[in-house]
Design a protein around this ligand. Structure first.
Ligand SMILES: *[C@@H]1O[C@H](CO)[C@@H](O)[C@H](O)[C@H]1NC(C)=O
Ligand SMILES: *[C@@H]1O[C@H](CO)[C@@H](O)[C@H](O)[C@H]1NC(C)=O
Ligand SMILES: *[C@@H]1O[C@H](CO)[C@@H](O)[C@H](O)[C@H]1NC(C)=O
Ligand SMILES: *[C@@H]1O[C@H](CO)[C@@H](O)[C@H](O)[C@H]1NC(C)=O
Length: 545
């Protein structure tokens, strides 16, 4: 251990425990009680929340559970004792060879062999996940700051040492070097890195580390200042994590830090856009999304919903009463971490903004721009139209590859429509990116897509929602809740396939079954490939009619 750290611990100010109420308290209680069942006291870690893991343990969710235990602080002191055991275990398991690219990172599961050993090659986002530094690191910072008075001095010293190694390891990351993808444009881990490094530098008195945090934050801020949007634009999951990181910028960094100065403004700027893309009746975020695992926030849990829940309540945020039954339920383990910051976070938002999340006040159009270097070759132009029961959001982009701004084809949704029918059911249609250059036009009930560099072999591929009301789809007319007509210079005969969990010609996309409509070009193509969808939206549902 570095003696330097021990000496500087005296600057640690007294901490006060967080007082929670309302939805924030319910989130801590419900999520922690759910995780209690997964806790293995013989080890001091959670069993993996996914049954697929055959009762291996999981480092990341264990860190979030520890936050829940400290926030609950019950069971006659046992919650605190177990939280400390969990933290100790995670740190003992941390990668500790400074020569490794994954140095200072945290294991994925304690059962794993040493990363980079003969039978367990190092693979980013495989055998190690470089973003775990942010997820575990910021959980540690939260516990250190908000629950420090519950933790022993020895453990706090160890946490600082762990965070110090974590920050050194993060400094090895540079987009494009060693296959890494952490550019300042990769907003959510970039925001976490800036404070992980900046906070730890100050706490340990390491001026170089403090400056590295400030410098990294400045790069993120420079990107923000271009268009007042995050480079990793709009995502129910990752915007939530960026908001989490920005909350810590505002909450924990001292006044002289650029993160304290700019954090609150950027945070409310992100919310300004998010609030306009949030459809309160449909309980969904309109597209387009740079990264998404789902097309419907009422069946899939994203981090943004946890922040929304703390403002407008669980139900209005689209969360199920029992979020653990939803797709990506594992992220319900984040609830304590978000809940303990919610009061401070919500205090940074205006009443006007918070109120605007509660009701849908009529048709609107949002226009904005985003830029994600180095994958973006041009500024992206985004247009989203939102009506009572239908919303359409799309972006024009010109990127290095068809994988889009985040270089992640599977998660990229450049053009999306969602509609509501029946009792709050959500239908959806999403263009799958097959081109590096796409132009879109969005207006009321209409989406037009053009491929300026497309040709005879171009395709327009859409994933479209299945429905129990009509499980057999033979044509567009069988898609529930909407009426869709397609025109353009494409061959009007389309190819239709089904992707199902238990069969079909294709496999599900993440957790979702879907119908795939695909258009090809005709024998003679006139001009650039172009396709127009006209939607006739569903009538508002009325229980009494
Ligand atoms: C931090 O890394 C050093 C090697 O640089 C290692 O000796 C030490 O044990 C690590 N500390 C923790 C808490 O893992
Ligand atoms: C200072 O910080 C930078 C960025 O984190 C790092 O690359 C460099 O190695 C550090 N230098 C020293 C002397 O610690
Ligand atoms: C969003 O930002 C715009 C432009 O700065 C401002 O006019 C509007 O009041 C903001 N909306 C909310 C809800 O804060
Ligand atoms: C977005 O609009 C700007 C003009 O504001 C234009 O220069 C740029 O080429 C457009 N981007 C794309 C991908 O079409």
């Amino acid at each position: 251990m570095r003696p330097l750290i021990a000496i500087l611990l005296v600057i640690n100010a007294a901490t006060t425990a967080v007082a929670l109420s309302g939805e924030a308290l319910a989130m801590v209680e419900d999520s922690t009680a759910w995780m209690d069942k997964f806790y293995d006291p013989s080890v001091g870690q959670l069993y993996d929340l996914e049954s697929k893991a055959a009762m291996n343990h999981e480092t990341l969710t264990s860190a979030w559970y520890a936050v829940g235990l400290l926030a609950r602080n019950g069971n006659g002191g046992k919650d605190v004792t177990e939280a400390q055991r969990i933290i100790n275990f995670i740190i003992a398991d941390q990668h500790d060879n400074p020569k490794d690219l994954w140095y200072g990172g945290y294991t994925r599961e304690p059962e794993e062999p040493d990363v980079g050993s003969e039978h367990y090659p190092a693979k980013a986002y495989g055998s190690f996940d470089p973003n775990w530094r942010g997820f575990v690191g910021l959980s540690f910072i939260t516990m250190y700051e908000d629950f420090g008075d519950l933790l022993s001095e020895d453990l706090k010293r160890l946490m600082l040492e762990s965070l110090f190694n974590c920050s050194i390891g993060d400094s090895y990351r540079e987009g494009g070097v060693n296959g890494d993808n952490l550019w300042p444009s990769y907003s959510n881990p970039a925001i976490m890195r800036a404070i992980g490094t900046g906070w730890t530098g100050r706490k340990t008195g390491d001026k170089n580390m403090t400056k590295a945090g400030e410098d990294y934050a400045q790069k993120i801020i420079d990107l923000w200042d271009m268009h007042n949007t995050l480079s990793e634009f709009n995502s129910a999951t990752y915007t939530g994590i960026s908001i989490f990181g920005l909350t810590l910028w505002a909450k924990y960094m001292p006044e002289d830090s650029i993160m304290a100065k700019r954090g609150p403004g950027i945070l409310s700027g992100v919310w300004n856009t998010t609030s306009q893309l949030w459809h309160a009746d449909m309980r969904n975020l309109a597209g387009p999304w740079d990264r998404s695992y789902s097309l419907d926030m009422t069946i899939h849990l994203g981090h943004l919903s946890l922040f929304l829940a703390s403002i407008i309540g669980r139900k209005a945020a689209g969360l199920h009463q029992y979020p653990e039954i939803m797709s990506h339920a594992r992220d319900w383990a984040w609830a304590p971490l978000i809940a303990v910051h919610s009061e401070f976070h919500n205090s940074l938002l205006s009443d006007e903004l918070k109120n605007s999340l509660k009701t849908f006040d009529g048709d609107r159009v949002w226009k904005g721009q985003a830029y994600y270097p180095p994958h973006d070759l041009d500024t992206r132009n985004i247009t989203t139209w939102m009506g009572k029961t239908l919303m359409i959001g799309a972006q024009s982009y010109h990127t290095k590859s068809k994988n889009g701004p985040s270089n992640n084809n599977g998660q990229f949704h450049p053009a999306v429509a969602q509609w509501m029918y029946g009792e709050g059911k959500i239908g959806w249609l999403s263009l799958r990116s097959s081109q590096a250059h796409v132009q879109v036009e969005v207006s009321a009930n209409r989406l037009k897509i053009t491929y300026p560099e497309g040709g005879a072999d171009s395709v327009f591929t859409f994933f479209v929602s299945p429905s129990m009301l009509q499980p057999n789809v033979k044509a567009w007319a069988d898609i529930q809740g909407i009426s869709i007509s397609v025109t353009g210079n494409v061959d009007e005969k389309y190819d239709l396939k089904f992707a199902g969990r238990y069969g079909g010609e294709l496999s599900p996309w993440y957790d979702h079954n879907y119908w795939r409509f695909e258009y090809k070009m005709p024998a003679v193509l006139n001009g650039s490939p172009e396709l127009v969808i006209d939607f006739a939206p569903p009538k508002p549902f009325n229980r009494l009619s």
